[in-house]
Design a protein around this ligand. Structure first.
Ligand code: GDP
Length: 296
C-alpha cells in the first residue's frame, strides 16, 4: 500500500453521490394534436414509472401560461432514479391562423433559463438548483411524405437556437418503408438547406467512440417512430404493437420502426450529452447574453 492515496475511488464516490441525488431530465414535446406525442412518451417510459403528478408547484412559471402543461414523473430502474418532466404544448399548429403559435414554447424554454440564472445569482444560492431547463425538444413531423411545412422550418430554426432539438417522424407506420426512406432524406436535405443545427453537436472532448456514435445517430435522425400503449402476444411474449392495414407493427422491432433507436438514444447513449449540451451551449449562450445586457 506504499504510496497509495486512494483517489482512484473518486469515480465511484461521484457515482454514489449522483445516484443518491438522482437525475433530472426535462423533455418538451412539440407537434400538432393527434400526432401521438402522449402515446410515444408513455411507450418509452411507462414500464418504469413509479410516480406521476400532474402539475409542478404553484410558484412554477408554468402556471402563467394556459397553453403549456407539465407532468412530472419519477422513473426507476435498478435503483437509478430519474425525475422526468414532460412538457406538452397543446395547441401548436392546430388553428387556422398559426402565426406565432410557437412564441409560448420559445418563451417557456427561455423562462426556465432565466429562472435558473436568477437562482444562480442570488447570494444565498441553493446547493442544488431545481433544474427545469429543457434538455430535449422532441419535434413531431407529420408523416405526410411530402416534406416539412413552411411553419415547421420557421419553428425548427427558432427552437434549435435555444434547445436541443430531436425531430421524429410521427406515426411512421402510415408510410411504407420506401416512402419513409424518401421522406427522411427529404427532411435531412431541408435541414441542411435551411442550415438548421441539430443535436448532437461536435465537441473537442469527444473521443473516437463518441464521434462514431454521433455519426451513426446523425444518419438516423429524424427517428421514424411508432408508439403504442397496447401490447399483443408475439411468439407468446407481450410486445407493444399496433394493428394497421399491413398487419401487426411491432414497435420494438428495428425492422418495423426506429422506436428502439430513439429510446436508446434518450435513455442510454445521449441522456448525459443532452443534459450537458443544454447547460454548456444553450444555457451558457442565454446567460452570457443576459449578463452582457445587465452591464450595458
Ligand atoms: P397527441 O395529441 O399528440 O398527444 O396524440 P395521442 O398520443 O393522443 O394520439 C392520438 C391518436 O393517434 C390516438 O388514437 C393514438 O392511438 C394514435 N397513435 C399514437 N401513436 C401512433 C402511431 O405511432 N401510429 C398510429 N397509426 N397511430 C398512433
Amino acid at each position: 500500500l506504499n504510496g497509495y492515496v486512494g483517489f482512484e475511488t473518486i469515480p465511484h464516490q461521484i457515482e454514489k453521490k449522483l445516484l443518491k441525488r438522482g437525475f433530472q431530465f426535462n423533455i418538451i414535446c412539440v407537434g400538432q394534436t393527434g400526432l401521438g406525442k402522449t402515446t410515444l412518451i408513455n411507450t418509452i417510459f411507462a414500464a418504469h414509472l413509479i410516480e406521476s403528478k400532474g402539475r409542478l408547484s404553484p410558484q412554477d412559471p408554468v402556471r402563467q401560461t394556459t397553453e403549456i402543461n407539465v407532468v412530472s414523473h419519477i422513473v426507476e430502474e435498478n435503483n437509478v432514479r430519474l425525475r422526468l418532466n414532460i412538457v406538452d404544448t397543446p395547441g401548436y399548429g392546430d388553428k387556422v391562423n398559426n402565426d406565432r403559435c410557437w412564441d409560448p414554447i420559445i418563451k417557456y424554454i427561455k423562462d426556465q433559463h432565466s429562472g435558473y440564472l436568477r437562482k444562480e445569482l442570488t447570494a444565498q444560492r441553493e446547493r442544488y438548483i431545481q433544474d427545469t431547463r429543457i434538455h430535449c425538444c422532441l419535434f413531431f413531423v407529420q408523416p405526410s411524405g411530402h416534406g416539412l411545412k413552411q411553419m415547421d422550418i420557421v419553428v425548427l430554426k427558432r427552437l434549435s437556437e435555444v434547445v436541443n432539438v430531436v425531430p421524429v417522424i410521427a406515426k411512421s407506420d402510415c408510410l411504407t418503408l420506401e416512402e419513409r426512406a424518401a421522406f427522411k432524406q427529404r427532411i435531412k436535405d431541408e435541414f441542411a438547406f435551411h442550415n438548421i443545427k441539430m443535436f448532437p453537436f461536435d465537441n473537442d472532448e469527444h473521443d473516437e467512440e463518441e464521434r462514431a456514435l454521433n455519426t451513426q445517430i446523425k444518419n438516423i435522425i429524424p427517428f421514424a417512430v411508432v408508439g403504442s400503449e397496447k401490447s399483443m402476444l408475439v411468439d407468446g411474449k407481450p410486445v407493444r404493437s399496433r394493428l394497421n392495414k399491413w398487419g401487426v407493427i411491432n414497435v420494438e422491432n428495428e425492422n418495423h420502426c426506429e422506436f428502439v433507436y430513439l429510446r436508446n438514444f434518450l435513455t442510454q447513449t445521449h441522456l448525459q450529452d443532452l443534459i450537458e449540451s443544454t447547460s454548456q451551449i444553450h444555457y451558457e449562450a442565454f446567460r452570457a447574453k443576459q449578463l452582457l445586457a445587465l452591464k450595458e
